[in-house]
Structure formats: structure tokens, C-alpha cells
Design a protein around this ligand. Sequence first.
Ligand code: SAM
Ligand code: SF4
Length: 340
Amino acid sequence: MTTVEPAARTGALVDGFGRVATDLRVSLTDRCNLRCTYCMPEEGLDWLPKPDLLTDEEIVRLVDIAVTRLGVTEVRFTGGEPLMRRGFVGIVEQVAALEPRPKLSVTTNGLGLVKLAAPLKAAGLDRVNVSLDTLDPERFRTLTRRDRHHDVVAGMAAAADAGLTPVKVNAVLMRGVNDDEAPALLAWCLERGYELRFIEQMPLDAQHGWSRDKMVTAEEILRDLAAAFRLEPEGSDARGSAPAERWLVDGGPGRVGVIGTVTRPFCGACDRTRLTADGQIRNCLFAREESDLRAALRGGAADEEIADRWRAAMATKKAGAGIDDPTFLQPVRPMSAIGG
Ligand code: SAM
Ligand code: SF4
């Protein structure tokens, strides 16, 4: 029988259930240039004050600690909108120079990729996930409250041209808004060689507007896709620690993923740790507690002390998020401030 070492005494980020976190999500900003209805209100939010934000150097130092002392092998930048961070290319360049070099990706709404895709690739970024929920520019405008559909589509093409491949596309479906688009979105992505993943809408919006019955479930999405395409599961262990269950479409090579965070939770295989733009560690997207690394960093703590705090924060990770439980409480911070 394998025994789990107490997390604080081992190198890795191990929790009480034996899960090891190797995938770090770094939020670079809580600000955004869109206002997706499932994420933020039209007027935006009270953004984090500038002095609270980690500097570029502080971010690189924490990622360095994660990679060299804590066994992190993948780093994904997110936000808010990470492309709005001025020093982003420089951060990618420095993180790509770490040994061992982590895999590097970004989740973005795609605005700014036309300009940044090539510099990001040159700096060492490996891949992008671009969020696009509709093929209809008018619906896009309603959904994101900005008239930028064309820029997102152009950004995806720029990412593919720059070699940030495979371009992955994230889509959230909402009842009565875009829930009729699953097959069309998949056909559109397959044509361009993009890999589409549907994400169930989660109770992480700032306005607390989520409701279980408005959410389009993984099962409904799969039923709609199966009416238009032949879907074959990608093997029983293909899901691994990745949250998306994946299917080969019409015999491949195209694929589609469905992330059923609410109805098909994957907490047992979770390998994530999260750093917010203001230097807090969260051991789960839905956690209600955070651990402050910024104070330690600015108080002069040595790397190993920061690593110990990080290990301690992960050691208390709960077994599951329990979103579908009646007792579920939404975290205080919205998704855009945690880093999606
Ligand atoms: N701004 C970037 C973007 O939109 O890709 C990165 C941050 S965003 C919070 C990360 C992902 O979370 C996006 O794919 C977005 O669609 C998704 N998202 C935001 N709010 C969500 C919610 N309430 N439920 C499910 N997914 C959500
Ligand atoms: Fe911005 Fe991303 Fe939230 Fe949309 S989902 S408002 S693009 S942070």
C-alpha cells in the first residue's frame, strides 16, 4: 500500500487525499475588456488596487519556486484578461527560461492576439485557449456587451498562424441565449483545426445570477452533438487529470471536449493549484479560503519558506467542490478575480 507523506515535508504539492498539484494557473489581472454576462456585470467590478497586484518580478519568482521546488510542470496564464497585462510577453519569456521548463499556455478572450500571437510564441508560449461562445456577431455583442466578434476570430487565426497550436476553443452555452449552437460551433472549429471544449456554466459570476436550471448540462450538449456527429469516447483513461472528457468526432482526427464541472465533477483527479493576481494561493477554484504569499514575499521570506506556505495551503484541499450539493456556497471572489 502506498502511503502519502505529510505534504509539508515532501517537495511536491500533495493534499490529504494524495492528489499532487502539478498544474499552476496564474491570474495576471482581474481586469477585462469584455463583460461576458456569465462572468461580470456591465459596469465592471471594483478592480484590485495596483499596489496589491504582484509585480512582474514577483510573479516570476513565485512561478520559479513552483517549478523548481514544488514540482509544477505546467503553467497557464489567465485572468481577467491576461493579454491586458503590459508585461505579459516578458513574463512568458522569463518563465520559459526556467529549468525544468514548464509547458506554457494562456486562456484568453482572443482580443489582442492579432498583435501578440507572434511575440508570445517567440517568447516561449506553447498554446492558447480562446473563449468563443457564439458564431453570430450580434449574439456575441449581447453576450459580451462588446462588438468584437471579428477581432476574436482574427485572433484565433493569428494564433494558429504563429504556431500556438492546437488552438483550443472554450465555449459556455446558456439556455435561451446560444444553446442551439453546439453542432455549428463544433463544425466551425473542426473546419479550422481548432479543438473545441464546452464548459458547463458555473456559479462563479460576480452578480450571483447562476441557477441550476438555466445551466446547459454536459448531457444535453452531448445529446445535441450526437445528433449531428458520430462521437467515440477517447478511451477510458484519456481523461487523466484533465477536466475535459473527450470524444473523437466522425472517426477523428477532430475531437471535442466537454467539461462538466457541475454535473460530472472531476475533483478526484484534480492536479491544480492557483495563484491570484494579488498573490493569494487557492487550492480550488471553489475554495472559500486563500493563503497569502504576497505578504510573505514582501516581508522578505526565503524561497523555501514560501514553498512551505504553498505546500501547507495545498495540504488542506477539500475532497470536492460540491457545486451540485444544496449546501454549496459560492466563493466570495468571482471567476475573473480568481483566474478561470
Ligand atoms: N478572459 C479570459 C477568457 O475569457 O478566456 C480568461 C479568463 S475567463 C474567467 C476563463 C474561462 O472561464 C473562459 O473560457 C470563460 O468562458 C470561462 N468562464 C467565465 N465565467 C464562467 C462561468 N460562470 N461558468 C463557466 N465558465 C466561465
Ligand atoms: Fe472577461 Fe473572460 Fe470574464 Fe469574459 S469570461 S468577462 S472575457 S474574464
